[in-house]
Ligand binder design. Structure first.
Ligand code: NAD
Length: 295
């Protein structure tokens, strides 16, 4: 297939490379020209702009930071909807608020462009290993058309409902992830303050009912205070905002999500925005007057 790929960052670059490796003709665009050159080096094509990436493409994928960038790339004059042929399938894989995904789908309907929201979970490693979980909102027939493309990017690929539903599932994912990080951080602080070896304690937790993928993958790096991203606190702050806005939209109260959102916001305010979200540990330590170890 002829694919356009817009947003070749931490996630988009390896994803676009997998699509090239799967045999697709991929034209990629990013505001940073070096990203296009990297794609060219693995057999793709560096597009000169959005219109160039979209021209003649059967499928256009966007992997952008947040809703303002998606609106600029998709909805603005000269954007995807302005330039795509009728029948083109647009798959937005960015994590954004559900209402923007719904607005994009409505705008696309007028242009006869098909749209899916398809945010991902699995992080940079998942993107590099093509093992992402992909939660897809939109029409069933469009999901079926997208599936062979998405198969090159992920392992768990599920149609979860209509437009915006993929983003709601991603919001639920992020509130669970944030909450578990917060509780693992509290466990470490309790263990250390009580004079119990945290690594040994968490080894036991990981094997019992408290076990989780986060404990499995991140307990050692947290105990060691290794916080290179990964997934940045800044991005998780954005996602907690999406989760709380979605809760408001759905008229439900999510008290734990609210608390975790404030801890993530505190991490950002303390200057940890560019650290991995496991750096929530630094915030929780400071609540007890414990000085975070310098790493
Ligand atoms: P990133 O900042 O590394 O990549 C985004 C890219 O979009 C950048 O290269 C940027 O230059 C480009 N861009 C911005 N505006 C543009 C425009 N107008 N036109 C063209 N390119 C533009 O971010 P990322 O980590 O790749 O994340 C992308 C999305 O995936 C975010 O919504 C994020 O929340 C989500 N996500 C990230 C991870 C992760 O672990 N990093 C995991 C799951 C989901």
């Amino acid at each position: 297939m002829k694919l356009g790929f817009i947003g070749l960052g931490v996630m988009g670059a390896p994803m676009a490379a997998h699509l090239v490796a799967a045999g697709h003709d991929v034209g990629g665009y990013d505001v940073h020209p070096a990203a296009g050159e990297k794609l060219q080096a693995v057999g793709g094509r560096a597009a000169s702009g959005v219109a160039d990436a979209v021209a003649g493409a059967d499928v256009v994928i966007t992997m952008l930071p947040n809703h303002p960038q998606v609106e600029a790339v998709v909805l603005a004059a000269g954007g995807v909807l302005d330039t795509a042929e009728p029948g083109t399938l647009l798959i937005d894989m960015s994590t954004i608020r559900p209402e923007t995904s719904i607005a994009v789908a409505e705008a696309a309907r007028d242009k006869k462009v098909r749209v899916l929201d398809a945010p991902v979970s699995g992080g940079q490693t998942g993107a590099e290993q093509a093992s992402l979980s992909i939660m897809v909102g939109g029409d069933e027939a469009d999901f079926a058309a997208a599936k062979p493309v998405l198969d090159a990017l992920g392992k768990t690929i599920v149609h979860v409902g209509p437009h915006g539903a993929g983003q709601v599932v991603k919001a639920a994912n992020q509130l669970v992830v944030g909450g578990i990080y917060g509780l693992v951080a509290e466990a470490i602080v309790l263990l250390e303050a009580s004079g119990v070896d945290a690594a040994t304690g968490l080894d036991v937790l990981a094997g019992g009912l408290a076990g989780s993928r986060i404990l499995e993958l991140k307990r050692q790096s947290m105990v060691d205070r290794r916080f290179a991203p990964g997934f940045r606190i800044d991005l998780h702050h954005k996602d907690m905002g999406i989760a709380l806005a979605a809760a408001r939209q759905a008229d439900v109260a999510l008290p734990l999500t609210g608390l975790v959102a404030q801890l993530v916001a505190a991490g950002r305010a303390m200057g940890y925005g560019s650290l991995d979200h496991s750096a929530l540990l630094k915030v929780v330590e400071q609540l007890s007057g414990r000085v975070p170890a310098e790493v």
